[in-house]
Design a protein around this ligand. Structure first.
Ligand code: GDG
Length: 472
């Protein structure tokens, strides 16, 4: 029977070890929710790295059996591979260039070699289970070479690829020494998807500048095949975030936030630790706001969650130290005996706490320097069942294309961020509702289930088109 194979760097699972016993817990990320309906069905499967180094072959086999029951298949990475493929090429080369921070990029041959080899490792594991008429859906920038490698081994198989981060302008992309190999790898797909029209356009432009191929509109003719490139803005599990607002545990947390913050207006900020998220600039804007508008001292609170991420990569460690310092300075400068301007948490929270914060906060401040989509902004909108609250959103986030009723700001323009916060604090309820309602409609309709269905349907259509072309 035809099956679907999902492939991503990380499996949607958390492993915890207790006295040599491993427990697997499915993770609740947006992608896992969206793809849950697919990979759990029949003999479909999700292949990826379990997120931790496991070297003992007996343990590897034991865990693989547990994974099998969940329709998951592990790709084990060695510490060297984690260092050079994941932290190295993926996060120190591709991530900064694709987020327009090319000064942070390192172009190391050892990183590239590991990237190539790990993509081959994924290919070899997939080839053990793949049949020629299966469908394979590859996710994200860690696996850009995989579609090409799979295509070489199984010319007829159906391959979709989706990139969750931006695709940069050609002028940035061309900096990468292995740019041609990367594009050739991606073009092994039948259908490629990006979050925004701009990403799609940048990809098509890079292809036509770097490779000797023909591109017409959104189709690349490559190796006698037609590769279709389209825009699929990813959605969230709207139903989950909307209904969490009525969950007793969430309501209890909202109540305790009310008791804690009383009359204070809350500005919420939630990100993974990353220089692309604009956390430092956001803090600068908040400091300037308190300086220029002392009337808000004692009245507003920035509730800032930064989720630990990649803290073995040097830039991330530095960023964390800088944020610590900045928060300390602002709190020391403006605090009063009974009030702190910033409540800062460097850790992650259960989704019920996130939901309580989305429900309780007057403003959600999302100001990335670059972001493929940004799901936090959509989760805030989905949580506002009363249609109130204000979203301030960077124009550099993919989400700004759909959430155009937010207060849209350039994250480098501190004056604009400050004005947006002041406008948000003073926005009458009818205007909040006028903006929030259409955004909720968009987030509700184009949810993650819709996204998955649309991509899979298009992939099947593209394959039929290709079969017809071959038959002619
Ligand atoms: C990449 C792209 C693109 C955050 N803190 C906690 C927590 N979260 C969850 C949020 C949200 C997710 O993490 C973050 O998603 P984002 O989209 O904002 O950002 P990235 O992690 O950078 O994701 C991005 C995305 O892929 C999808 O294509 O939108 O542009 O960079 O869902 O809720 N979840 C829990 N506790 C926390 O403390 N449980």
């Amino acid at each position: 029977m035809r099956k679907t194979i999902i492939v991503s760097n990380r499996l949607p699972v958390k492993i915890t070890e207790n006295d040599g016993e491993f427990t697997l817990q499915p993770s609740e990320g947006g992608l896992a929710t969206g793809l849950g309906a697919i990979y759990r069905e029949g003999n479909n499967i999700w292949i990826g790295w379990p997120g931790q180094e496991i070297t003992d072959p007996a343990t590897q086999e034991k865990i693989a059996k547990q994974f099998k029951q969940l329709n998951l298949m592990p790709v084990y990475l060695t510490q060297d591979e984690i260092n050079n493929f994941y932290e190295g090429f993926s996060n120190e080369t591709l991530w900064p260039v694709f987020h327009y921070m090319s000064v942070y990029a390192r172009y190391e041959q050892t990183y590239w070699d590991a990237y190539y080899q790990v993509n081959q490792k994924f290919r070899d594991i997939i080839l053990k289970v793949a049949e020629p008429d299966d469908i394979i859906w590859v996710h994200d920038y860690q696996l850009l070479l995989l579609p090409g490698m799979l295509r070489a081994a199984l010319p007829e198989i159906s391959i979709g690829f989706f990139q969750h981060i931006p695709f940069p302008s050609y002028e940035l992309f061309r900096l990468i020494p292995w740019r041609a190999e990367i594009l050739e790898g991606m073009l092994g797909s039948d259908l490629m998807g990006f979050h925004t029209f701009d990403d799609t356009r940048h990809f098509l432009n890079a292809v036509s500048r770097v490779l000797p191929v023909n591109t017409t509109a959104n189709v690349v003719s490559y190796n006698d095949r037609a590769v279709v490139v389209e825009t699929f803005p990813m959605g969230i599990d709207y139903g989950k975030f909307s209904s969490l607002g009525n969950d007793p545990e969430v309501l209890e947390q909202v109540q305790s936030l009310k008791e804690n913050f009383k009359e204070d207006r809350l500005i919420l900020s939630i990100d993974r630790l990353d220089y692309s998220k604009g956390i430092r600039q956001r803090l600068q804007a908040f400091e300037l706001l308190l300086q220029l508008h002392p009337e808000y001292i004692g009245k507003i609170v920035l509730y800032m969650i930064v989720v630990p991420s990649r803290d073995t990569v040097p830039q991330y460690k530095e960023l964390r130290d800088e944020i610590d310092k900045q928060v300390g300075n602002i709190n020391a400068r403006f605090r009063t005996l009974s009030w702190h301007p910033i409540q800062y948490f460097y850790r992650s929270f259960p989704v019920s706490t996130l939901s309580a914060l989305y429900n309780f906060s007057d403003i959600c401040l999302v100001t990335p320097m670059r972001d493929g989509m940004n799901l936090v902004s959509k989760e805030y909108v989905a949580s506002r069942n009363n249609n109130d609250g204000v979203l301030i959103l960077s124009e550099m986030a993919g989400a700004s294309k759909e959430l155009s009723d937010a207060l849209i700001v350039n994250p480098n323009n501190l004056g604009a961020i400050i004005r947006a916060i002041v406008d948000a604090l003073n926005m009458p309820l009818p205007e909040q509702q006028r903006r929030m309602k259409p955004m909720r409609q968009v987030v509700s309709k184009f949810n993650v289930h819709h996204w998955v269905k649309l991509f899979m349907t298009r992939l099947k259509e593209v394959n039929e088109m290709q079969q017809n072309m071959l038959a002619r």
